[in-house]
Design a protein around this ligand. Sequence first.
Ligand SMILES: *Cc1c(COP(=O)(O)O)cnc(C)c1O
Ligand SMILES: [Zn+2]
Length: 417
Amino acid sequence: MTATMAYCLRCIECGKSWEPDASRYVCPACAAAQEPGGLTRGVLAVELESLPPRLPDGLAATCRFLPLADASLLPPLAIGWTPLLEVPALRTALGMPHLYVKDDTRNPSASTKDRAAALVVAKAREYGLSTIAAASTGNAATALAAACAASGMKAIVFVPASAPEAKLVQILSYGAQLVPVDGPYDAAFELCLAACQRYGWYNRNTAYNPYTIEGKKTASLEIAAQLAPSWPDAVVVPVGDGVILSGVAKGFRDLVRAGLGPRLPRLIAAQAAGSPAIYDAVRDPARVIRLHSKAASVADSLTVSMPRNGIGCLMDLAESGGDAVLVPEDEVVAAIGALARGSGVFAEPAAATAYAGLLVARRQGLIDAGERVVVLITGSGLKDVRAAARGVVRPPAVAPLIEAVDAIFGPPAGRGA
Ligand SMILES: *Cc1c(COP(=O)(O)O)cnc(C)c1O
Ligand SMILES: [Zn+2]
């Protein structure tokens, strides 16, 4: 690392550190180990030369924790600084007086993916590139589409044709070029890699582009600032590729390095039963991540055959002293309503998996009732209304007559029949 460099990129596998212009994506030394469709090899972590001396209190201060030459390169949207909710009703219901919900549904495109899109768009502008491509289960593409629309750039996105309709419509409304892929997310990922090599587009694929992890770390910078002077004991994160989890770990790690926090909180990875690669690897004595070629879950944003950031995600879980939990598919759907009724936050299935994961972790004794716990709610329920509909009963329509209301509620009390 030279003295003039604001940051370097360190490979999480071989530990080698590179100047930022040595690679826009993965570690050049580890890239040869890459197998098609496999875990992403040589994922790079941003290492800032110096970190600010105090917790951020807003976007400008957050930018000083980012590898960003110029904050004006960020998309002109209100990304991040989402509320950390105290959820009194849930606290009472669960007997957890220090429970919090980080409501990332409140991002501009309604998911945590906006955090990654913001930094990737800024880096593209730094490089002088105007076209960015991404593979996505839906939200990463939607976030990129929104950020590019706000910044006057072009987004090209590869998304399973089976993605929830709201996500596809959102992508198209933002004016991105949608390439619906007749296949699962993993096929879209490989196709996007090939297309970027062929056409020279800047690639935002998760973990493959190091600024996706770095952008998502802003969630934990905010949690720390919003909780100060307290510090979380545990954070529950829904996991597919494992990039949000590693982003959350990275944010807390940077704060610890800066002397602004005591330790990594225990990270609890919540996976849905239909897409269990990380959970299985944590349970496996050899910690091998196996391909789940039949991955299928109502939590579409978590459905991956091979978690691309599997290596980093397992490292971060271990370093934090955390664990993984598996949520049955029907508990994912039930959690949408339970969270909404208990907190007023309407989550898509992947995000509700974090809340369901909290309940599983409590049942298994991984989290104590008195601990300070944050559940990261990563995406809005409006993105997949069909999934939420499975958990509610819609009453039949009534005639616009007061007798019809009486038929529902009975005669009003104290007024006779
Ligand atoms: C992408 C996504 C996740 C999972 O993030 P990974 O980095 O793939 O683990 C969770 N929830 C929502 C809403 C998402 O869009
Ligand atoms: Zn390497």
